[in-house]
Design a protein around this ligand. Structure first.
Ligand code: ZN
Length: 485
């Protein structure tokens, strides 16, 4: 029986979906204006593990993860520049070019760390009308007001009937004294009110028409809108990183309750954050390491490159609700651990069946399930798998035995937990995909050279052959980009 920690009730609860075997699960995805970093990897891997485990338990899961590609200002007080708009201005590109580039790069990184794709991946920019309709519902119910072409959520009014702060454990009185006076607040009745729709200021690039004038949706409204659109007014699980708990998820609860008269989410789940050498990670601190930098080793804090599977294993070795500190030492020890685990599985393949067994794989399997059932306790699960590896080595050295039947069970158990549920990949597969990547780049370098000497037949030939093998090539001013079709 699966128990998960519900951030809302602050305790572990037995997981009971509303409409079994169906499970609806929504996870806040990235804002696509830069490369994905370790924090993105941790959230993606945490909910990938949950997705995989729920499917293993026989549930039919609809996993929705959004792409935030609009209306996300630099600070939480609804002021500052749109992050995507700013990047577009700096790089002299269309905002949607920024969005496409970093969506592609996010997908590539997620594939490298072997997370399964969500079943639906809605973009905020594709749901502007739905967000306007949702905002209108809140207005109609009296929990929002218009001010100078923008629509704000009326937190105080909402708090008279409901509890604003129930998820993060805050009280409105505390928020009043903690809210700083920031620029752009004059339009709001209270500083803690938040934007559902913002009027576009002159020069703002990403904007859409509305009955309130040209503008763009607030950040929080996209998740209330898209989660309920695809999963229904009430759905099972909503996940995300702890950094999203307040204000983002708090505001989502308020919006959905104000619009629909009820709360949408039954289980709120939050993964903890990653620190780097004991420090909070942040661009301004210069220690935000992107996944690309980790995989190439190209960052001043890194002693060398680390493989995507070392990163995945490193993240899974901690419980998702614990903080996790990244350091060269810590990830190198994960590298060794993963090697030991995969070596154990190789040794298992070589064991010859005996007539009797000195070890019972079913007991190990039971312990592994119990660990996952206990709020996805991966460190305990991994320690059980290591205990099993010890047994494998004992048996391989003749100090024990497994019958043909138990040998089969043991192999099945490791394949299930290591590959299917923890989502780790055997080293050969990782190495093969790294080689493929290098070979494709080599071919495309040769193609560039062919183009330079005006040998367009060769250039076209290379492109056509790659396409035949499922690789799409795009010429860019700087050279080329390619992706799997
Ligand atoms: Zn969200």
């Amino acid at each position: 029986m699966l128990k998960i920690y519900n951030t809302l009730s602050r305790r572990k609860e037995e997981f009971k979906p509303i409409n079994p075997p169906h499970v609806g699960m929504y996870v806040c995805g990235p804002t696509v204006y830069g490369d994905a970093h370790l924090g993105h990897a941790r959230a993606a891997i945490t909910f990938d593990l949950l997705y995989r485990y729920l499917k293993h338990l026989g549930y039919k899961v609809r996993y929705v993860r959004n792409i935030t590609d609009v209306g996300h200002l630099e600070n939480d007080a609804d002021s500052g520049e749109d992050k995507i708009g700013k990047r577009a201005r700096l790089e002299e590109l269309e905002p949607m070019e920024i969005v496409q580039r970093y969506t592609n790069s996010y997908h590539h990184n997620m594939e490298q760390i072997n997370t399964l794709s969500p079943d639906i991946e809605p973009h905020a920019s594709g749901h502007i009308i739905e967000q306007q309709v949702f905002t209108e519902k809140i207005l109609k119910n009296g929990y929002a007001y218009e001010s100078n072409g923008s629509i704000y959520f009326d937190v105080e009014k909402y708090n008279q009937k409901y509890h604003y702060g129930k998820l993060s454990g805050r009280k409105l009185e505390d928020l009043i004294s903690n809210t700083r006076d920031l620029e752009g607040q004059e339009e709001k009745r209270h500083p803690y009110d938040f934007a559902l729709w913002k009027k576009a200021t002159p020069g703002h690039i990403m904007k859409w028409p509305s009955k309130w004038g040209e503008g763009y949706p607030g950040w929080h409204i996209e998740c209330s809108t898209m989660s309920t659109k695809y999963l229904g007014d009430i759905f099972d699980i909503h996940g995300g990183g702890m950094d999203l708990l307040f204000p983002h998820h708090e505001c989502e609860i308020a919006q959905s309750t104000a619009a629909l008269g009820k709360e949408s989410v039954r289980y709120w789940m939050h993964n903890n954050l990653i620190t780097i050498n004991g420090q909070k990670m942040g661009k301004s601190l210069g220690n935000a390491i992107s996944l690309n930098e980790i995989f190439s080793g190209n960052h001043r804090l890194l002693e060398k490159a680390y493989s995507p599977m070392a990163v995945r294993f490193f993240i899974l070795q901690a419980h998702y609700r614990s903080t996790l500190d990244f350091s060269n030492r810590a990830i190198q020890s994960s590298e060794k651990g993963l090697e030991r685990l995969l070596e154990g599985m190789e040794t298992l393949k070589k064991i010859k069946p005996a007539t009797t067994s000195t070890y019972n794989p079913e007991e190990l399997s039971k312990k592994c399930m119990e660990a996952l059932d206990d709020d996805l306790n991966t460190p305990v699960l991994i320690s059980h798998l290591f205990e099993g590896v010890k047994q494998i080595h004992l048996i391989a050295s003749g100090k024990g035995s497994l019958s043909a039947d138990d040998l089969q069970k043991m192999k099945g158990l490791y394949d299930t937990f290591v590959f299917d549920i923890l989502g780790l990949e055997p080293e050969e597969k990782q190495a093969q995909s790294a080689i493929t990547e290098k070979l494709v780049n080599l071919l495309l370098d040769l193609r560039l050279e062919a183009k330079k000497r005006k040998d367009f037949d060769t250039a076209d030939n290379i492109r056509a052959h790659l396409l035949e093998n499922g690789i799409e090539v795009k010429d860019t001013p700087g050279g080329y980009e390619w992706q799997w079709k």
